[in-house]
Every structure is written in C-alpha cells, then in structure tokens.
Design a protein around this ligand. Structure first.
Ligand SMILES: [Fe+2]
Ligand SMILES: [Fe+2]
Length: 547
C-alpha cells in the first residue's frame, strides 16, 4: 500500500504564507515587507487583541469587506498574541528596517532643501547605509532609491519566514485572506518550504506524475509524525486525472478562467495572463480550473503589481509548467514600485523577462508587444504596469487589465503605432479602493482623508473604455478583471450589485458596442473562443463560441 504511486488531488488548496500571513507581492521585497509587518500586520494584531469582538462584528458587515479585521469570530486571541510576539522576535531586523525607512523619509523632508545631498549620507540611518541613493526630482523634492538587489541578498530577506499551508477545498466559500493571519489547526498541514524550493515544483508535478507516499514525505521534509502523515495521505489519490486536450489547430483558442486570467493557445505556443485559478470541485458555476492547463505554458504575462493579478497561490502551483514570466520592467528603486523581475526570481522563477512599452517578443505566428498602462495606481509613480498586445496570425488582442483611460490622447498614439486591434479586454473596476487600502503601510506621513478618497485604484468608466474601443477600432470588446467570480472572493474585496457603478458603466459599454454591431460582453465564470486561421475573405473570424 505505501509503495503505490499516488497523484496529488485536484482540490489540494495551497496557501503560501509569509510570517503566517497570506503571501502577496509586497511581502517578498524586503522594504515593502518591513512596512507591511509594522504598519499592517502588527497593527491589525494589536487591534484584535484589544478588541476581538469589534473585529468579529466588522467581518460580518458587507460594507467592511476587505477591511483590516481578523476573521476568527473574536476567538483565538492567545494564538494571535503568540504570533505577534513571534513576529516581533523573529522579524526584529525588519521592524528596524521599517523604522529606518520612516526616519530617512523624515530626515529628507526636514533637511534636504535643494542643496547637495552628499552631506546627508552621514545621516542615513546606519542600517540603511549602502542600501539607498538619495535623489532629488527636478523641483528639489528629495527622496531615496533602494538598491533592491542588495537588500534581497541581506539579512532583510529571510526565506525561513515562508511556508505553505495545505488542506482540501470543496467549494467557493473561503474567507478573505489578506487581513487574517493563518493559524495552525488539526486539519491543516503546515510545511516549512521556502517559495524558491524546487520541491514545490516536484510536488505540483505530482498532479500528473505520481510518486510514492514516502517520496512525498521526503519532498515536504515531514518528520514522520502520525498527524502529518494522515493529513498528507488525505491529499493524495490513486486515481489519475483526466488527460488535458490542448488546442493544436492553426487558429487561436482563448479561454477565460476568471478575473483577468486568460489562456491563449496558438501556433504551438501557450500564454497565460495574470494567472488566478480555481481548484476543481463540484459547483453550479462552470469554469476552467487547474485541471485545464496544458503541459507547458510558454509565457506567463503579468500586467501589474496588484494582489488580484499576482497571486502566488496560483503561480507557485504552475511554476513547473512555465517557460518564461514576462513582467513590466521596473527599476525605479522606489518603495512603492518594487522590481517584479527581482521578486519573481526570488520566488523561484528561473526565466523572468522585464518588458517595456513598445518592446516586442516574437512568437511563431506573431508577437507580444508591451503597451503603456495609465492610472489605477492612485497617482503614485509606479512603472510596474503594462498592457499587452498579442498578434497571432491575422488576429490581434489587447489585454489592458485595469488600465484607466485618463488620457485618451494616449490611445491616439498607440493606434498610430499598432493600428487597429480586433479584440480589447478591458477592466472596468471604476470604483476602486482609496490609496491607503493598498499603499497605506508604505506612507510615512499621515494622508488627509479627502486626499486618500480622491486617489483611487480605479479602472476605466464607460466613456473612458468606449474611447479605447473606438480609437483602436475594435471589433470585439470584453469586460474582464471585475473580480466577480465567487471562487476569488478570498482575495477580492468587491461584490457588485446590479446598481453598482462598475456594473452600470460596463453594461453601457456593452450596449453601445452592440449597437455598433460589435461583439461585446462582460466575462464571468468561463468562456472559450476559437478564432479561425488566416482566411482573408471571411467576414467573421469566430469559429465557435463556448458558454
Ligand atoms: Fe489593479
Ligand atoms: Fe484588478
């Protein structure tokens, strides 16, 4: 029995954790991690310890969805206290780093008045010396650039804080994970494997390549205790998965997996945008899942650095299939704009390529071109965002994610460069969260509430989206990245009603496109489209439309 080859089940939920908090893209770069530990994690834990019942009622209030509240029903206070103490003890270096960043910011504000910054190097907090360059903008506003490459090599990047929490999942209902640390319990298998460990690839490869129970135990370095063995055994099965049927036609097949996640198969190449996948289990809502992935994904393309577009939970599970990760190139060194190239490499991705706007990658039957992505980042100076234009045969598809068309002239320039685009995929979350929701822990000075409210993470509204579609002379318009799939509620803090502005505005776009004879819809759940190969005379490029 123990020697039988076993597959990893399709519904093994894997939560990557840092300090037992759900891992997202500001918890890896050392400086943003430091700020999040002191300004988010410790503050949320302090607040819970002093008033657990306030948290218990806040998480029940739909208006507070996504707020800084721990979802343990007012219980487990002692465990939260223990985690807080452990964090302070084990992460003391990062606590100091966070304080040093704050001090440096304050010092620059009070002392950098337009004169040479060189004398101020002596006043950089000691632990930051050699890790920052002091700079002015052209109007004498001082700031600092982090030397991220060195910070990742320092004691401030500690892989031992990373782990995976394994369990079985049977439905969409999953609590919001970004405000509640994950505590151990009898039903969870907590394994201390850092994200860059190749054991993770071997583990997930076991969904299609079985291995013995002992081999699994060795991979996860379990010490043979009975509880861990029992939990591990529950994750495994003798039953092989159904084989994947890929697309080998000479056209293009695209499949919508939910939110901004789309898989394209064309010309022998596969590419996936912003991977966020559902596990496989019985459900009323039909969808593609981890079971619907090709053996190899040649390109994973990341549009921008928000939690719903960079999801380590999915990324680590598919890493062994991925040829190359394409990310927007970033080298600002600013706290709010950590390098995605460094981050992905440190998360164990071997082949990571930074792309800039109008840079192009050739594919066997076309190309991938980076295009500018404006807005949706609260007016912060952030480079890590890029839209992608995919050309495949005679088809062209634009993946604009949450790009906000705050400057329609941009699309005039883009059109001049790339010409007409067949299909546009546009996010229309036009009522985004205020700046502080995501970037609050990075701020070292208080932001006035009115300013915070005015600077939102908003995508295009109807007029803005329509201007893109018209300027690029699109034939098809798909609204996506709306966060409405119920299996993604655990990382999205948005639930729209029919009267919510993003729904009203996207309905207007769809109506207006259809009136012009275009194909238009808001994607939800699952969708498959086959685009036929080059037949210049064909009036309609779509061969078949799935649900
Ligand atoms: Fe976004
Ligand atoms: Fe988004």
């Amino acid at each position: 029995m123990p020697d039988r080859p076993l597959f990893l089940r399709e519904n093994v939920q894997v939560e990557p954790l840092v300090d037992q908090w759900y891992a997202w893209s500001h918890l890896l770069p050392p400086a943003t991690a430091a700020r999040n530990i002191t300004e988010r994690h410790l503050k949320i834990m302090d607040s819970y310890i002093s008033a657990p019942q306030v948290h218990a009622s806040a998480v029940k209030n739909p208006k507070m969805l996504g707020g800084p509240f721990i979802d343990y029903g007012g219980r487990r206070v002692d465990e939260i206290k223990a985690l807080r103490e452990r964090t302070k003890r084990d992460r003391s270096d990062l606590l100091e780093l966070s304080e040093a960043l704050q001090e440096l910011d304050n010092r620059l504000l009070s002392k950098a008045k337009g004169y040479s910054l060189q004398p101020l190097y002596a006043e950089v907090p000691e632990i930051l010396q050699g890790y920052v360059e002091l700079v002015y903008d052209l109007n004498n506003q001082a700031s600092f650039k982090l030397i991220e490459s060195l910070l990742y090599r320092s004691k401030y990047y500690d892989r031992s804080a990373q782990s995976l929490m394994l369990s079985l999942i049977g439905g969409d209902d999953r609590p919001f994970v970004l405000s509640t640390p994950r505590l151990e319990d009898e039903t969870l298998l907590h394994v201390r494997v850092p994200f860059d460990d190749s054991a993770i690839d071997e583990f997930f490869r076991s969904k299609t390549q079985p291995r013995s129970f002992d081999a699994y135990r060795d991979l996860l370095r379990l010490d043979g205790n009975a509880r861990a063995d029992r939990l591990l055994r529950s994750l495994l099965t003798e039953e092989p998965p159904a084989p994947y049927v890929g697309y080998s036609g000479s056209g293009v097949r695209w499949r919508y997996f939910g939110h901004a996640c789309i898989l394209i198969e064309t010309g022998g190449v596969s590419m996936m945008f912003d991977p966020v996948l559902s596990y496989t289990y019985e459900s009323q809502i039909s969808r593609f899942t981890y079971a619907d992935l090709p053996e190899r994904i040649d390109y994973v393309l990341i549009t921008h650095n928000h939690q719903d577009h960079i999801l380590f939970e999915t990324l680590l599970q598919i890493r062994h299939k991925v040829g190359c990760v394409i990310v927007p190139r970033t080298s600002t060194g600013s706290l709010q704009d950590p390098s995605l190239e460094f981050m992905f490499r440190h998360a164990g991705f071997k082949n990571v390529l930074g792309l800039d706007s109008l840079e192009e990658i050739a594919t066997p039957n076309g190309s991938i071109t980076g295009l500018p992505f404006l807005g949706e980042h609260s007016d912060l100076n952030i480079n890590a965002k890029l839209a992608y234009l995919v050309r495949a045969g005679r088809h062209s598809l634009l993946f604009a994610a949450d790009s906000c068309n705050i400057e329609p002239k941009l699309y005039e320039h883009i059109h001049r460069e790339v010409g007409d685009v067949d299909a546009a995929f546009l996010g229309m979350e036009c009522d985004g969260a205020p700046l502080s929701w995501l970037y609050g822990p990075l701020l070292t000075r208080r932001l006035e509430r009115a300013m915070d409210e005015s600077r939102r993470l908003s995508g295009s509204n109807f007029e803005q989206a329509r201007a893109i579609v018209e300027r690029l002379r699109c034939k098809d318009a798909y609204v996506y990245a709306m966060g409405q799939e119920p299996w993604l509620n655990y990382v999205m803090s948005i639930k729209y009603a029919d009267t919510s502005r993003p729904i009203v505005e996207s309905n207007r776009l769809i109506d207006s496109c259809r009136q012009r004879g275009m194909r238009a819809e808001r994607l939800f759940g699952e969708k498959e489209i086959l685009l036929e190969p080059a037949l210049e005379s064909s009036p309609d490029p779509v061969l078949a439309v799935g649900q």
